[in-house]
Design a protein around this ligand. Structure first.
Ligand code: LLP
Length: 425
C-alpha cells in the first residue's frame, strides 16, 4: 500500500499535489511519502514478531539522510556495506548496536572505522576476510563481533544480476565449507563469533527459495552448535519482492513471509536479524517527470520525458518494469515507447506500453521508485543528479537539492599542462 492517490483528478503524495512539487522544484524529481515508509516498517515489524528481532534497513536501497532518520524513528537499524553507508547510518541517529556491516570487499580501514565506533556484527564472507578482521581487531585491542554469511547454493529465481545465493556467485562461504570456516575463525584472535547470515537475492517473488535457504541454515546451526560454536544470532537478509506491475500476481506479503520464518526458525533459539531494503521504501517513492515532447515513430509514438536512464537506471540495467502514469489522467489511453533524452537506445523506460495518454508538458510518474533509484543515479550526459523531496501529510521538504551544473563542471580539474596559469608555463 502506498500514499500516492488521485484526489480531484490529480495525483497526490499524501496531502500534497505532485504538480505543486514539480512547480516549485522542477522536474525530474524524486518524491517520497514518509507515511508509506513508516507504515511499511510497522507492517514488517509486526510480521516478523515485534521488537525482538533487529530490522536493519538495507541502506543501499535509499541512503538519503531524511529516509534514514524517518526509519530510525521507527526503531529500525541499518545494514551497511561501506564506510559511507556506516557514516550515513550513524549520522541519522541509528545506534551502533543496530548496525550490521555486510559486503564482500570490506577493507581494513573500513573494519577499523566501524570497530572503533561500534556495531552489532560484521557479516564475513570468507576465511581470508576473517583473517584480515582478526589482524585489525587485535591491533586495536577490540574483539570484533562476527558472523559468516553462508552461500546456501539456492537459486533465488530473481533477475540474474540481483540473485546472490547460487554457489557460483561471489557471495558468502559455500555451505559445505562452513564448518571448516567457523573452525578456522575460532582459532583466530580478536574474533567474537556470534552468528550466521544468509541473503540469497533481491525482488524475490516466491518464498520457496527463501524457505529452502533458511532450512539449510537451520541445519547448519545445529552442526555448528554440535561443534561447540555459540550461535546466538541469525541474520536472514532481505530480498522480499514488491509489486511493480499491476498485471502481475502480487508477491508474497510480509505476513506470509513472517509466518514462514516463524515456522522455520521456531526451534533455532537465536536473535533474528532482517535486512529489508526494497520492501520498506520502493513503493514509498515516485520519480516525477515532465513530457518534453511526443515524437511519432514508425510504430508506437515515443513519449520523450525529461528523466533518463541516468536518473532511474533500473529499466536499462535489469529490464525492470516501472508503472508510468499521468499525474492528471484524462481517461484516454495510449500505447507508447517511453524514453529519456540520453543518447543511447538503452535509455528506454518502456516499450509498447499501454498507459494513460499524455502530451507535451504533462507530468508523469514512474512508480515504485523509492528503492535503488535515486541512489543509483549518475551524471551521465552531464545531467545533474535529481533532487529528492519528502512529503509528510500536508508538509513537504527538499531532502536533496538538485545538483548545480556549475559545481558539476567545477569538480573537474585541469592538469597543469592544460591550465593557462603561470605555474603551467
Ligand atoms: N542484505 C544484503 C546483504 C543485500 O545484498 C541486499 C541487497 C539486501 C540486504 C536488501 O535486499 P532487498 O530487501 O532490498 O531486496 N539494484 C538492484 C537491487 C540490488 C540488491 C542488492 N542487495 C535493483 O535495483 O533491483
Amino acid at each position: 500500500m502506498d500514499h500516492f492517490n488521485l484526489r480531484d483528478g490529480a495525483l497526490h503524495c499524501e496531502d500534497v499535489p505532485l504538480a505543486a512539487i514539480a512547480e516549485a522544484v522542477g522536474t525530474p524529481v524524486y518524491v517520497y511519502s514518509a507515511a508509506t515508509m513508516r507504515r511499511h516498517a510497522q507492517v514488517f515489524r509486526g510480521a516478523v514478531g515485534g521488537d525482538g528481532p533487529l530490522i536493519a534497513f538495507a541502506v543501499k536501497a535509499n541512503p538519503n539522510a531524511a529516509v534514514l532518520a524517518t526509519l530510525a524513528a521507527e526503531g529500525l537499524g541499518a545494514d551497511v556495506v561501506s564506510i559511507g553507508e556506516y557514516r550515513r547510518a550513524m549520522a541519522a541517529g541509528i545506534l551502533p548496536e543496530r548496525i550490521v556491516f555486510s559486503g564482500v570487499g570490506k577493507t581494513a580501514s573500513e573494519m577499523a572505522y566501524a570497530l572503533q565506533r561500534g556495531l552489532c556484527q560484521f557479516n564475513l564472507e570468507s576465511v581470508v576476510e576473517a583473517e584480515m578482521m582478526s589482524k585489525v581487531a587485535t591491533s586495536l585491542g577490540i574483539d570484533a563481533p562476527v558472523a559468516f554469511r553462508i552461500n546456501p547454493d539456492v537459486v533465488a529465481g530473481s533477475h540474474a544480476k540481483i540473485s546472490t545465493g547460487a554457489a557460483d556467485t561471489k557471495f558468502g562461504v559455500p555451505i559445505d565449507d562452513a564448518l571448516a570456516a567457523y573452525a578456522a575463525a575460532r582459532a583466530l584472535p580478536g574474533l567474537a563469533i556470534q552468528g550466521i547470515a544468509v541473503h540469497i537475492g533481491s525482488q524475490l517473488t516466491d518464498l520457496g527459495p527463501l524457505e529452502h535457504a533458511f532450512g539449510k541454515v537451520g541445519a547448519l546451526i545445529g552442526g555448528l552448535r554440535a561443534a561447540g560454536h555459540d550461535i546466538r544470532v541469525a541474520d536472514l537478509g532481505g530480498g522480499l519482492g514488491v509489486p511493480y506491475d499491476r498485471d502481475m500476481p502480487l508477491p508474497p506479503s510480509p505476513g506470509e513471509y513472517g509466518e514462514m520464518v516463524k515456522r522455520i526458525t521456531a526451534d533455532w533459539n537465536v536473535r533474528l536479524i532482517f535486512e529489508p531494503g526494497r520492501l520498506i521504501v520502493a513503493n514509498a517513492g515516485v520519480l516525477l517527470s515532465e513530457v518534453v515532447r511526443v515524437k511519432p515513430g514508425v510504430g508506437d509514438p515515443f513519449v520523450v520525458v525529461d528523466a533518463a536512464m541516468n536518473d532511474l537506471m533500473r529499466p536499462s540495467l535489469y529490464d525492470a518494469f516501472h508503472a508510468i502514469d499521468p499525474v492528471v489522467p484524462t481517461g484516454e489511453q495510449m500505447v507508447a515507447n517511453v524514453v529519456g533524452p540520453v543518447c543511447e537506445t538503452g535509455d528506454t523506460f518502456a516499450t509498447g506500453r499501454k498507459m494513460g495518454a499524455v502530451a507535451a508538458g504533462d507530468l508523469v510518474v514512474f512508480r515504485t521508485a523509492g528503492a535503488y533509484a535515486a541512489t543509483m543515479a549518475s551524471t551521465y550526459n552531464s545531467r545533474p543528479l535529481t533532487p529528492e523531496v519528502m512529503v509528510s501529510g500536508d508538509r513537504w521538504a527538499v531532502i536533496r537539492e538538485r545538483q548545480n551544473i556549475s559545481k558539476l563542471i567545477e569538480a573537474d580539474k585541469l592538469p597543469p599542462w592544460l591550465d593557462g596559469s603561470a605555474a603551467a608555463q
